[in-house]
Write a protein that binds this ligand. Sequence first.
Ligand SMILES: [Ca+2]
Ligand SMILES: [Ca+2]
Ligand SMILES: [Ca+2]
Length: 182
Amino acid sequence: MAAIDRISVEHEEPASAAKSPGRIIFSLLLLMFGFLCILQSVLNVSLRLTSWPSSFKQQLATFCPSIYYISSARATWGDSRNDCLNRGADLVIINSREEQDFLTWFKKRLWIGLTDAEKEAGWKWVDGTRLTTSYWGHDEPNSDLGTNEDCGEMRFYESENNWNDVPCDMENSWICERKLQG
Ligand SMILES: [Ca+2]
Ligand SMILES: [Ca+2]
Ligand SMILES: [Ca+2]
């Protein structure tokens, strides 16, 4: 069973920020969440932390063996991906129905690590793997009204099948995923 551990920190950093207190806190939290994940698997228990006050802007969450960063800022798909890479992560790759359900729970429009910019309709994840199992919304992907919609987002979060393709230069919040060691 998945543990949902949510925590928030104070600093909202621009996508281009270099090493900063926010990033250091992020690294420390990675270590802490890694420990919680190991503890969870050793004890076979579900760990849950109470959410911190909603006035805090950034959100981290774990769905073992990954940790996620959910932005409150909005940016293009490319800038969002760069922010993830700067955090030692990448835009999220959705590997299972459980992970899809977990991400839907945030009820936000979020960039995911999916694009067909290289070849129209040849959807690929950011690690270069081809999309096999998908959760597109009704009639998606559709390159709506003939526009060039080459980047994937989670949008119709009322339903499990909630992906949509949109132009990559649109601004969205985003979600980074980083695999925890061990
Ligand atoms: Ca994943
Ligand atoms: Ca496309
Ligand atoms: Ca679309």
